[in-house]
Design a protein around this ligand. Sequence first.
Ligand code: ADP
Ligand code: ZN
Length: 735
Amino acid sequence: MSDSPILKVAVNVPLSREFDYLPPQKGPEPLVGCRVQVPFGHRQQVGVIMGHSGDSAVPAAKVKRCTEVLDSTAILSAADLWLIRFTSSYYHHPIGEVVAAALPSPLRHGKPLHSTIIKVVATDLAKRTDIVALARRAPKQVELLEALLDAGDDGLDTDLMTEILPAWRRAAKGAANKGLIETLETRADDFDECLVTPRSAAPKLNADQQQALFVLRNRDQFGAYLLDGVTGSGKTEVYLQRAQDILKQGRQVLILVPEIGLTPQLVARLRDRLGIEPALLHSGLTDSARLTAWRAARSGAAHLVVGTRSAIFTPLKNPGLIIVDEEHDQSFKQQEGLRYSARDLAIAKAKHLDIPVVLGSATPTLEMLQHCRDGAYEHIVLPARAGAAIPPALRLIDTVRTPASDGISEPLAEAIHKHLDSGGQVLIFLNRRGFAPTLICNGCGHIAGCERCDSRLTVHAGSRQLRCHHCGVCRQLNEHCGECGEVVKPLGEGTERLEDSLTCRFPDAVISRIDSDSTQRKGAMHKALESAARGHANILVGTQMLSKGHHFPKLTLVGIVNADQGLFGTDFRSAERMAQSIIQVAGRAGRESRAGEVLIQTAFPDNEFWKTLIEGGYRKISDGALAEREITRWPPFTRLALLRSAAHRKSDAHRFLEVARRHLAEKGVQSLRVLGPVDAPMARKAGRYRAQLLLQSSDRSILHQVLGELRPLLENEPSARKVRWSIDVDPVELF
Ligand code: ADP
Ligand code: ZN
């Protein structure tokens, strides 16, 4: 064996191992954390060097050589590689795929860390050339030269050239041959941390906020803090001040938010108060904008980094604090591929970096609450609204006694009138988009269903379509039943129908619907939210998009239509989820001087859930749910992992899980419960049959040990070739 070390390389393939390579013959030194180009099968792949080793389990003659080292310095630090390793082992996911998830797309595809801009400039010779003479022979070249001469010594970058003179490249050839133009390569401009003058002064914190800040200021080292404050209690104020301390120390603050598109107000507030333009990382950016922000976080040029889920993998040069805003939000958990929880990784990362992590929510998850009870995390409570605002009053409307027509009952309609008359804004919440969730035939009772899923098609009246919200399939909406020819009727309501019905009842009001259908066009969401915040719209109708952290100053009434969806849910988290969604949307009401009111339409007003929620708030619901889960042994008192499989044939999906179950049974692990395989709650989706096997244990390490042994067995399992399968550790959806 030669002296050159073996490189342990993570390659983006679905196998749970690193691959051995020899360094290339020449080029930069292959440091840990650098990317390399390697031959893999018949292709070239980009990988990351995870480590060096003296020897390889592969016979020396078979170890291949890297084609090229792509970076001269490590693009991922030891801390970054630690998080990647941790993620791979905690979620039992192939390391190369974790690396791929951690890198911005251009880097994943082998592009350089610093992109270069190619500019075209006019040479000195061009300046002396007789343009008029040239124009006769080569008018296109003159056009090009004139543009470049106008641009001066900086020249023009090639993208801009293409915009101005789409066919410039042909002319450029001739001009370059004559020595009239040349190209220059420059490094793309880096992130410029824009300092803006803080526009708003911090309010004087109330006693609870001061106490919270005092606790947070106790430690610059690791500590997990659950900032549990009712909606509008001033949690954001507390983080802002803590973030400011850290920024003053010259260290970086990473803020994870559920969806940036939904939180323009938060971003604006950060900018205005902290006086720094944050580096943003989210899926709505272009690749190059995302890479610029990533690089700025990595180099330390950006001090304030705000991003969605995947931003947790962003390298930070000098981190001082991580904040997870709206910790309970499900968007922190990725539901496909690498099924990680950015919130949980934030805690792991903070611990590794030995810095504090603050988790904020008005409706904390039971997992976080239980950690506080165990004493692992610190529970900081803000029990009251900040400033003068008082919490909104919750009241039920019994839809059996006062039925709703087109979604709106008489008492709700009256309340809307009252609030509009006194200048208030109204929010009507329904977590179902489209016109109606069901299309039924008046004659034969046939219900329009999706051919690829076990689901009904939703009526979208505006676009005259029937759509499946699970697989995206679209069909034209016909007025007659395909089975018997009778007239069909939409049943139930979605936001679109509510909008129609409100328009009929309140013809003078400006009504704005905000859901994922109405905000598809670029910028539409931003505009709708801004108009809502300014109070231009009188009635807002929408889905949970409207419930997330917004501050609509004029909003005084929230109406919750058909709140019963979660009352009899089958998931053990149904009650927790439903309480979260109601409290969050209710929290939009009465955030300023005028008191808010919340009306909830339900056909089951006597259900114990309502009494608990109205009398005891989220606290009472979460206490009750925790007590119940302790008895029934659901999380957080046990740990779960879900093994999923999907196949075109139902038997294949089940057979694969049967194999997994047999492997587990052979091990005979005590204190591991294996449930299934069973059909997934939606057994067929997008043409595939889905099944699942649930693993449960009160001992996390047992679960991990078992999964660690199971994964490689499954990777080599012949029946795996017929299915798509995945492991979901700490699943938040059981289907
Ligand atoms: P949360 O993040 O808990 O929802 P925010 O920090 O957004 O709460 O505060 C809600 C509203 O109360 C905001 O308009 C904020 O400016 C205001 N506010 C927060 N703290 C105070 C305070 N101490 N005095 C007066 N107003 C405050
Ligand atoms: Zn479908």
